[in-house]
Design a protein around this ligand. Structure first.
Ligand code: ACM
Length: 748
């Protein structure tokens, strides 16, 4: 048989066996075994859900979810010996303790659906697969709700499949958190890691220390308003119980010994330096940390953790431990005395002394710590700790080599707070939580992985669009065997999932950089033509010419846009009426130097060509990112450029644009001198502009240096920008060659 006809027959068979066209077994995360069978189960008002009374709440949950997805209310009946046709049966089976507690078997046959597992947890995971196979209300015609017949045997690859949600940088409401718990359950996650305390806020009520929330939960915003909020113990208990009913463990994170400025604002006596302190108002890491040598500190933290343990039954309590700037410990007399007394050689060992003390306290209450990979510093934690690796996978490797458990969640694969342009869906999907090169027993110490959503740039309303669809890739990284993973198949399922995400009310965002763009210079008309193309189906592109883009001030992109004055083109993606992703900004300059000829005395660096020889007169301005390909860099040398205009031209100003990014050794030129000439031989100096931007300014600064003069006819102009030579003595790169970065030379 020819391959083509063979394929055609197979497709025909699949078409009929599925009961309706176009159906795929669209389950995320992909189950570890699916056998598709002939026919389908027809769900109707007459279908019943059957189980023993012990499983009544699971059956009710299934009924409520089926109602949500299909609009049909099914009757739930307590199990009678003979299960009836046209029923969905939930059943606990006896199996060896070695069987994965989350394993399930889902057998969908034309007359019956049977879901079996060793535990209720397993049944709950299986219910999610069933729900994902049910067609959505309104998509299949009235009365036709067919579920494709199949046999699924499934179990997760990892026991730890989590989401870390930062509710400090932005406060998230209880309803929002419950909504996420439902979404996590639907994609078979089982851990909600709740980031509750940090420099910028304390969000958990602690009855013994009311000031933690009276003071620590609120920060001053730039506009004079207070921002914040906290969760009462009652609300927390409610969330924990809600999550439990969805077989999700809530793991609280209480940060120490750093990331604690909000705590110190409330109780400054635990600090290394005298207060008072303000709840952090800037993003980034604060240098004020707990003092491990103060008497007050341990009872305070232990009392806090005691209340935390009462609220959270989780075996693991996350104590942060990341990004601790230890300068205060070096300068603090009490810390130095403690280090002498305990024979600690350095502040890293002081950190492990502190971590181990907290770990021992939690252990005495039957709990164990999780800490970010920095808890490995110094002597590391004691046995039993879980190391969560975020700075790459090295922390995970070091941990398992020491016999410690790890959650492998490197920022470059799992931080969904990164934009989809920097961390696209396919990269997230390519992540394997087991680092290469581990032995069999080391692999067993890898508990799993987590996505992280840090919310500095994500108030509640923006979280969905950052999290989805990439959270789906994490769900599969954590659940599905690597041999079963296949990006192109996953991507097809994601594309079908968009309608379901919309049905679930998820404001999903981008898979990757939203658009490809291209700009061409039309020499004849002296104008730019910009075209943009979406990179994801279902995404519209909007654009505007100006400083900012909103839905209201922008146009739907339909055809290339012409720009014939100095102006900025902004393009941004839109999904279902919402702007998503970062805008693309292209700043154009229309002037007399455009498309002329440039001669350089010193060559530009091959690393930063700014578009090559004509890059300085291409009319496209650089952005604040020095790696954007639009900046030309000169290492240690001056920029000394002569521009030959197209013909004799009357001009009255000349200028050049520069960038300073001092942490990258890029500084403003110390001065820029301008010359003009009629013949390219005799040059007249027309001005000199001194730099006044401080070399110490840490921001990325763009600045045009410009001279004005009485209008005159010229054919050439020359610009000499003096490089400061080497990085100044105070700079970390003192003595190393400094850069001059220029994006454009212009004349008018
Ligand atoms: C972290 O991102 N500082 C854990």
């Amino acid at each position: 048989m020819k391959l083509a006809s063979f394929v055609a027959i197979i497709s025909l068979m699949m078409l009929y066996s599925n009961g309706f066209a176009g159906n795929r077994m669209n389950i995320i995360p992909e189950p570890n075994s699916i056998l598709q069978n002939e026919g389908s189960f027809q769900l109707s008002r007459k279908t019943i859900i059957q189980s023993t009374s012990a499983l009544r709440s699971l059956s009710d949950y299934l009924a409520s979810q089926l109602k949500f997805f299909t609009g049909i209310s099914l009757k739930v009946v307590t199990y009678s010996k003979r299960s009836r046709p046209n029923s969905m049966v939930l059943e606990i089976i006896s199996a060896s303790k070695a069987t994965n507690p989350e394993a399930y078997t889902l057998d969908i046959a034309p007359n019956k659906v049977v879901l079996k597992a060793r535990t209720q947890e397993g049944l709950f995971r299986g219910i999610q697969s069933l729900l994902q196979l049910v067609p959505l209300k309104g998509t299949n015609g009235v009365g036709d709700i067919s579920i494709p017949a199949c046999l699924i045997k499934d179990a997760p690859r990892f026991a730890w499949r989590g989401l870390n949600l930062d509710c400090v940088r932005h406060f998230m409401t209880i309803n929002f958190i419950k909504r996420y718990i439902n979404l996590l359950a639907y994609y078979k996650f089982n851990v909600f890691h709740w980031h509750l305390t940090d420099d910028q806020g304390w969000r958990i009520q602690i009855k013994k220390y009311p000031k933690l929330t009276e003071i620590g939960a609120w920060r001053n915003e730039g506009n004079g308003e207070k921002y914040g909020g906290y969760y009462t113990q009652k609300e927390i208990k409610d969330v924990v119980a809600y999550a439990k009913s969805r077989f999700i463990t809530v793991v609280p994170e209480i940060e120490m010994p750093g990331h604690c400025q909000a705590s110190l604002a409330a109780y400054p006596e635990n600090a290394c330096v005298p207060g008072p302190f303000q709840v952090g108002t800037q993003w980034g890491v604060y240098t004020n940390i707990y003092n491990p040598a103060k008497r007050s500190t341990y009872p305070f933290l232990e009392n806090v953790l005691t209340e935390v343990m009462r609220l959270f039954p989780s075996h693991y309590i996350h104590i942060g431990g990341d990004e601790v700037p230890k300068t205060e410990w070096i300068q603090n007399t009490l810390c130095q005395e403690l280090m002498k007394e305990k024979n600690l050689q350095n502040v890293d060992q002081l950190q492990s002394y502190f971590i181990r003390k907290i770990q021992a306290f939690l252990k005495s209450h039957g709990r164990q710590i999780i800490g970010w990979n920095e808890i490995l510093e110094g002597d590391g934690p004691a046995t039993g700790a879980v190391v969560q690796s975020w700075q790459g996978i090295d922390g995970a490797i070091t941990a398992v080599k020491k016999g410690l458990y790890t959650i492998d969640s490197p920022s470059n694969y799992t931080y969904l707070s990164s934009s989809p342009s920097d961390l696209p869906l396919d990269s997230v999907y390519s992540f394997n939580p087991i680092p290469p090169g581990l032995t069999h027993s080391q692999k067993k110490l890898v508990l799993g992985t987590e996505a992280s959503m840090w919310t500095e740039r994500a108030p509640q309303d923006d979280v969905d669009s950052k999290m989805f669809p990439r959270l789906l890739a994490i769900s599969e990284d954590a659940w599905t065997d690597p041999q079963k993973k296949n990006y192109s198949d996953f991507h097809k399922r994601v594309k079908e999932e968009y309608s379901r995400l919309a049905y679930l009310g998820v404001d999903y965002g981008l898979e990757q950089r939203a658009m490809a763009y291209n700009s061409e210079f039309d020499k004849l008309e002296k104008r730019f033509v910009v075209s943009i193309q979406p990179t994801q189906p279902g995404v519209k592109l909007r654009y505007t010419i100006g400083d900012t883009l909103t839905i209201e001030n922008s146009h739907l992109y339909q055809k290339p846009v012409t720009i014939d004055t100095t102006n900025t083109f902004i393009g941004q993606a839109e999904i279902n009426g919402r702007l998503v992703g970062n805008p693309v900004k292209l700043s154009f300059m229309i002037d007399e130097a455009l498309d002329s000829k440039v001669t350089l005395k010193y060559p530009y660096s091959p690393e930063y060509t700014g578009g090559g020889p004509e890059g300085l007169v291409n009319g496209i301005r650089g952005t604040s990112n020095f790696r954007d390909g639009l900046w030309q860099g000169f290492k240690g040398d001056d920029l000394d450029a002569t521009v030959k205009l197209k013909g004799k031209t009357k001009i009255s100003q000349i200028g050049a644009g520069f960038l300073q990014s001092s942490s990258s050794y890029i500084f403003m030129p110390s001065s820029v001198t301008f010359y003009v000439s009629k013949d390219g031989k005799d040059f007249r100096r027309v001005g000199l502009v001194e730099n006044y931007v401080s070399e110490k300014n840490p921001d990325n600064i763009r600045k045009d240096f410009v001279v004005h003069f009485r209008p005159r006819d010229v054919r050439y102009f020359r610009i000499v920008a003096k490089n400061i030579g080497v990085c100044p003595p105070w700079h970390p790169g003192a003595g190393a060659k400094a850069w001059v970065f220029v994006d454009e030379l212009f004349a008018n």
